[in-house]
Design a protein. Structure first.
Length: 383
């Protein structure tokens, strides 16, 4: 009897998008067993890739209409680009991927610098959506190149962040150390804000935005300490001006503190991006009908346990007593941490000593081969 396989995977960052990963897994399974029935569900934890998930949900009929909208904006270094967001058809709402304009994948590695990168381009996308009727903004905040706590978004929407001399702050997280006065944008009182988070990290502290994500955005040890101080000062000013505490809310550290900033500026609700997309796409119903789940992401580590796609899928699989197999480019020990949340087994695509660049460049072939070997074992042991 053929097996019903649900492939629910995220992207392999800076290598393959989620669709390409799912297709590679399906090809590997198909090569091992032509009778396996694979349902491909490229997924997202709310950040990068969410628009593609929503488009697929429109086709499947679980989301009642929507389309991509392109508009001019800028990347995290202020360079002109065109980016897209998703506008729902039957309700005045828009889903914005912060990574579409302010993503780290848009900045070449030597130019990455969290001291000066800004979310201003994301603010331009939001401004466009509101100008065209959006009353609800869902902001997916994964994959950012920034550490500015959403300051650029506020400035793009017409707000003012001023130093003690009344001058506008320049772009970037480091400038927040000079924040003196906050003036919120006018005309946004009727907007409902939701932040689709992919992590539980707070704004500040050893697990906060600067220390956890700053190094991968190009920050040196000295940069990280200075950015931490700048965000602490920012949180203090939010408390002074708006009487809202943002320093320790779960998820506030997402996208360089953007989640905390928008919670402070607009009382934005922080929600699980995976859970929101799961509801919109009827993912749980698909899992309930499956025989085996396969999930994947470029790296599975302790951060994955805070809400990334593979772990969220594993928890749903555990709920319905389905075996869940994970595939990753690299895996952080100990394995028992992942088994406890529902991953039945976990496989790295690396088939021998290789560099990160080799793994990225050959990811498609390596994923196919891994899926083939996994399914060959399953076919042998389960029939």
């Amino acid at each position: 009897m053929s097996k019903r396989v649900i492939i629910v995977c995220d992207s392999f960052k800076e290598s393959l998008d989620a669709t390409a990963v799912a297709q590679a897994i399906a090809r590997g399974i198909g090569a091992a067993d032509a009778t396996a029935r694979c349902t491909l569900m490229p997924f997202s934890d709310g950040g990068e890739g969410a628009i593609t998930v929503l488009e697929q949900a429109v086709v499947a009929g679980t989301v009642s209409g929507g389309q991509r909208v392109a508009c001019p904006t800028q990347d995290a270094l202020g360079r002109p680009i065109t980016a897209e967001y998703f506008r729902f058809t039957l309700r005045p709402a828009a889903w914005i991927e912060l990574s579409a304009a302010s993503g780290i994948h848009l900045i070449e590695p030597p130019a990455r610098d969290p001291k000066i990168t800004s979310t201003y381009g994301t603010g331009l996308l939001i401004r466009h959506a509101i100008a065209h009727g959006a009353k609800e903004i869902i902001l997916g905040v994964g994959g950012s190149a920034t550490n500015d706590a959403g300051a650029g978004i506020i400035q793009a929407l017409g707000g003012k962040l001023l130093d003690k001399n009344g001058r506008d702050l320049p772009p970037g997280g480091m400038a927040l150390s000079h924040l003196h006065t906050i003036e919120l944008p006018d005309g946004l009182e009727g907007i409902n804000w939701r932040i689709a988070c992919d992590v539980n990290n707070p704004l500040l502290g050893p697990n906060g935005a600067s220390h956890t994500y700053g190094p991968q955005k190009g920050g040196s040890a000295q940069d990280i300490d200075q950015l931490e101080q700048a965000l602490a000062h920012f949180a203090h000013k939010i408390q002074d001006h708006l009487a809202i505490t943002v320093s320790d809310i779960p998820g506030g550290g997402a996208a360089g503190g953007t989640a905390a900033g928008l919670h402070g500026f607009f009382s934005a609700t922080l929600i699980s991006g995976f859970e929101l997309l799961s509801t919109m796409t009827a993912l749980e119903q698909q899992i309930e009908k499956s025989d085996i789940l396969i999930t994947a992401e470029g790296r599975i580590d302790h951060q994955s346990l805070t809400g990334k796609v593979p772990i969220s899928v594993a928890k749903l699989g555990k709920k319905y007593q389905k075996p869940v197999i994970g595939i990753a480019g690299s895996i952080e020990l100990p394995y028992i941490s992942y088994k406890e949340v529902g991953l039945s087994s976990l496989f790295s695509i690396q088939n021998g000593p290789m560099s990160l660049e080799d793994s990225k460049n050959n990811a498609t072939r390596l994923i196919e081969d891994t899926a083939y070997r996994i399914w060959s074992l399953i076919k042998t042991t389960r029939g």
